[in-house]
Structure formats: C-alpha cells, structure tokens
Design a protein around this ligand. Structure first.
Ligand code: NAD
Ligand code: A1AUG
Length: 515
C-alpha cells in the first residue's frame, strides 16, 4: 500500500488570529464539558463503576475536570478475557490492515487538535505551546508506527539458498498491560498503546490517575478509528488496588510501563516473579526517570547555551523526564553564564495556560510540596539566585528556581525533582563536566554546548545517556528524528518513535520452505 513519506506535524502558529480564535473557542467548549463522567471500556462496552476518581485542574485546584470510573480486580479479569478474545482476530489481521486504523486515528486527532490542546490546559496545566507540541507528538507516533508496521510485515532480508524459501516473520506476544504517566497524557498514552496494538497485540490501558480524562479522549478517538472491541480495554484505577494484580496476572504476556524509577523497578520485580506452568516470561518495557544535564564549555555560544538551559529546565515547569535540571559550566564562563541564566529565568511569566509560554502550575499538591522541599534542600546545598517562591491559593504555582555553586554530590544534583528547579555547578573542563554529568543513576538526556569538534567526539563516546544533544536543548526529541529513551535507571533501553520500539512487542519466527 503506497503511503506518503513520514513528516512531523508542524507547531501551531499562535500569531495567526484564526488559530488563537479556534483555541479560545475550544477552551470555552471544554469548559462546558468539565465534570462529566468517564466509564471503563471493556470489550467495547462502557462500564460505570460506583468508585469514581475526580480529576482536578492544577491551575484551579477545586475545579473538577471529570469523574473517571475506577477498575477493580474483577474488571481486570473481565478485561483480560475480552483482550484474549479480541486477540484471536486482531493478531490475524495484517500489519497493513492494523496500520490503517492508526492513520485514521491520526486524522481524527488532527481534526480535534484545538479541543485536545484545551483538555491538556485544563487537566495537565500545560501552556498552549507545550500542549500543541504534545498533540503533534501523538499524531507523529500514529503516523510513524503505522509506517514502521507496514515495513515490519516484510520481515528481514535473509540469505536465500537453492530450493529453500526462507522468511523471518514477526508475531505478536499476546495480551499486554499499558501503564502510562501523567505528564504526557496524550502523546505517551498514544505511543505506548498503538505500538503494542499495531504489532497485533491487544491491551489493557491503565492511565495515570492525575490525567485520566485526556486518556478517555484518546479512547474516543480510537473508537472513532474503528479499533475493534476488546483490542484496547480502558481500565483506569488505583495502582495500589489493582496495579500489582494486573502486572502479576498469569494471562498477561507483557507490560509496557512509563513512569518513575521506583514504580518501574517494582513492576519489573512483580512481572518477573515466576508463575508455575506459565508458558512465557513476561516482557517488561520500561521508560523511567531522569536527572539530565547541560554541560557548557568556555568555547560555547553562551547566549545559545543560556537559552537552551532555561528552556530545558523550565519547559512544562520541569515536569518532563528529559528536563535539564542540572547546568554544568566551565569555570572560565561560569559567572557570565549564571547571569545569563538568571536574566532569562526572571523574564519567564508564571500563570495559567496561555499562548505566551507561561510557566504553569505543577500537577498537584503532592508535587507542590515535594518540589518545595527540594527548594529548601537546595538553599542549604548552594546559593539561591532566582525564584524560590510558591503560591497555592488558586493553583500549584512555583516560580522557576535557580541555585548556583552546588557541588556534584548534592541531592539537587543527583535526585529527580520533576519541577522548576535548576542546579548549577562549576567544573574546570569538559572532561570533568562529563564526569559530573555521568555521576547519577540515570542515563536519559544530556547536552553539550561547545565549539570544539574534539570535545563533541569525546562526549559522543563518554557522555552516558540515551539522547545526547550538541549545541541544543535536551528536551523535545521529535518522533522519527531523535528516537527517545534511555538506560540505567532511565529505562530498558528501548527507543520510542522508530522501528526499534515495535520490536519490543513482537517475537520473530523463521519459516523455511523446501520446494
Ligand atoms: N522515560 C520516559 O520516557 C518518561 C516519560 C514520562 C515520564 N517519565 C517519568 O515518569 C515519572 C512521572 O510520572 P508519574 O508520576 O505518572 O510516574 P509513576 O511511576 O508515579 O506512575 C506511572 C504509572 O504507574 C502507575 N503505577 C503506580 N504504581 C503502580 C503499581 N504498583 N503497579 C502498576 N502501576 C502502577 C501509575 O498509576 C501511573 O499510571 C517521572 O519519574 C518521569 O521521569 C519518564
Ligand atoms: N520525550 C519528551 C520527554 C517525555 C518525558 O517526560 C522529550 O523529549 O522532551
């Protein structure tokens, strides 16, 4: 089937009055939709449960975005049965047939883009630009994985021998659990779910409890894209109540998880507990935390470096696994860089989601308290030079905070804060900078600003992370352009946004036919 070459969706031009008008209308529309109830979806049936969870607007923390039904263990059993039933026909479809559903979903998502941005503003506290970028990432995942799947159907070129026709084919694993985080509630839910189903698997989707309404919108889109009943079973719920139960279940073939290191390690432990007579070893794909850093050499373009550091640290209030929460700066340019970083940070606006890239609220009270604790820790580990204030009267706002003169062993240089807090430390040269960068348990994203080729070659070899950027920010990897994922405590080394990621959800079969 001829398919147009993949192309990333372009950011929305908010300078165009029509775009602003469309989004403002969508914000008004979504406001009228707040407070609705969202059922489980199992085997294509909508199931209302007595236990419902309210999802709140982080910018106006008493405003309910929606009430989402919560799955219990019985619902998990029903969902696994429905997924197993749907698997028979879904796994027999061709990769191409399944890819067509993804292309259709991409078109629907593009059509509903302004509305989906509005839902992100209300439920995730994103500004227009961050939300726009995320919707683009979601549609890019659909377009990319659809194309990858069509290629995967062709299998791999094998050595041919006279009289024997050899083919290597890819078969799905079975029924999987998709467990997603709150911070990219559409893009990551989309990428994790459709990579698993386009390869022929059927799934239980358990979204994070902080942004379940956006996940429910994803389900609406997949229904409109004619995904057959039982292929995706929507089972929001308390992880404490049914998380382990689902992960440990004997009829689950794989778990695709994105979230914190702590939970990822727990899931890996539970999933790999041996079940007597189970015919397979559960596969676990985990994308976990980060403690990313930007190294700056004295030869660097210092304005570009300061721009990149501030964007990497404070984009979406630092609530990204890729956030550049550490700036590691050559001593010869340290003071001038600190001043450039302070100047840019002080220019950031703090407020609720709007087109001027405001730094919005952090996701909830728990995050608000945790980040403020780290600000206090930071004040004892370095010198507070910017921010450090917070206000939770309406929403959970924390001003972008910069702490300088921090030592490499400090907690704010080693631990994921997941908020708008930047630690700056001084090093004597790039080699020391790379050593400081590597000195965490994570390995997700990093950046080096330098004008010296030999330092770029050195960092390529020695800077230990899954996504390394030179003379650019360390967030915002594009699907198909910079496949995304890390190792060590950042994940199991898979790469989202390219063919590699689909290989997590298939097993290879070689057929040799003598004739
Ligand atoms: N590497 C990546 O690509 C990536 C992307 C986004 C977020 N993250 C990481 O995710 C974290 C923030 O997201 P979060 O707060 O949603 O993470 P989290 O680990 O708290 O939760 C992630 C998901 O796991 C579920 N969960 C929690 N305990 C569980 C259990 N015992 N069994 C089954 N499921 C369980 C949660 O309900 C949620 O759906 C940060 O550490 C961030 O770095 C990583
Ligand atoms: N893939 C995103 C980060 C996702 C994690 O939160 C980026 O590249 O910034």
């Amino acid at each position: 089937m001829p398919v147009a070459p993949f192309k990333n969706d372009a950011p929305t031009d908010w300078g165009n009055p029509e775009n602003k008008e469309e989004l403002n209308s969508s914000l008004e529309f979504v406001k009228t939709e707040l407070g609705k109830e969202y059922p489980l979806v199992i085997g294509g049936r909508e199931i209302s449960t007595e236990h419902k969870l309210a999802s709140y607007n982080p910018a106006l923390h008493n405003e309910v975005v929606g009430y989402v039904c919560q799955a219990g263990k019985d619902d998990i059993e029903t969902a696994i049965t429905a997924a197993r039933k749907a698997y028979e026909s879904w796994s027999s479809a061709t990769f191409q047939e399944r890819a067509l559903h993804l292309f259709k979903a991409a078109e629907i998502m593009k059509r509903r883009k302004a509305e989906l941005i509005a839902w992100q503003v209300y439920e995730a506290g994103k500004n227009w630009t961050e939300a726009d970028g995320e919707i683009n990432e979601a549609t890019d995942f659909l377009e990319m994985y659809g194309r990858n799947a069509i290629k995967l159907e062709q299998g791999q070129e094998l050595v041919s021998l006279p009289g024997i026709e050899n083919r290597l084919e890819y078969k799905p694993l079975g029924v999987g659990a998709i467990i997603s985080p709150w911070n990219f509630p559409l893009a990551i839910v989309t990428g994790m779910t459709v990579s698993a189903i386009v390869t022929g698997n059927t799934v239980l989707l358990k979204p994070a409890s902080l942004t379940p309404v956006v996940a429910a919108k994803f389900m609406e889109i997949m229904h409109e894209a004619d995904i057959p009943d039982g292929v995706i079973n929507f089972v929001p719920g308390s992880s404490g109540e049914m998380g382990d139960y689902m992960v440990a279940h004997r009829d689950i073939n794989f778990v695709s998880f994105t979230g914190s290191k702590e939970v990822g390690l727990r899931i890996d432990e539970v999933a790999h507990t041996r079940i007597p007579d189970q015919r397979w070893i559960k596969r676990v794909v985990a994308e976990m935390g980060g403690k990313n850093g930007v190294v700056v050499d004295e030869s660097a373009d210092l304005d570009a470096a300061a721009d990149g550091i501030v964007t990497s640290a404070f984009g979406y209030q630092g609530q990204k696994c890729s956030a550049g929460s550490r700036a590691i700066i050559h001593e010869n340019v340290y003071d001038v860089m600190v001043n450039k970083i302070i100047e840019r940070t002080q220019a950031l606006q703090v407020g609720s989601g709007n087109e001027n890239n405001a730094i919005g609220p952090v996701i909830d009270e728990k995050a608000f308290k945790k980040i403020n604790e780290y600000v206090e820790i930071g004040k004892n580990e370095g010198i507070l030079v910017c921010g450090g204030d917070s206000d939770d009267t309406e929403g959970y706002y924390i001003t972008p905070t910069v702490i300088k003169d921090v030592t490499p062993e400090s907690r704010i240089m080693k631990e994921e804060i997941f908020g708008p807090v930047l630690a700056i430390c001084k090093v004597a040269n790039v080699e020391e900078g790379v050593e400081v960068y590597n000195n965490t348990e994570f390995g997700l994203t990093g950046a080096l600003y330098t004008n010296k080729r030999d330092q770029i070659m050195y960092a390529r070899q020695k800077m230990d992370c899954g996504n390394l950027f030179f003379n650019g920010k360390c967030t915002g990897a594009l699907v198909g352009v910079q496949p995304f994922g890390g190792y060590y405590m950042s994940g199991t080394g898979s790469k989202t946004g390219c063919m590699d990621y689909l290989l997590n959800f298939v097993q290879a079969k070689t057929c040799a036919e003598n004739f």
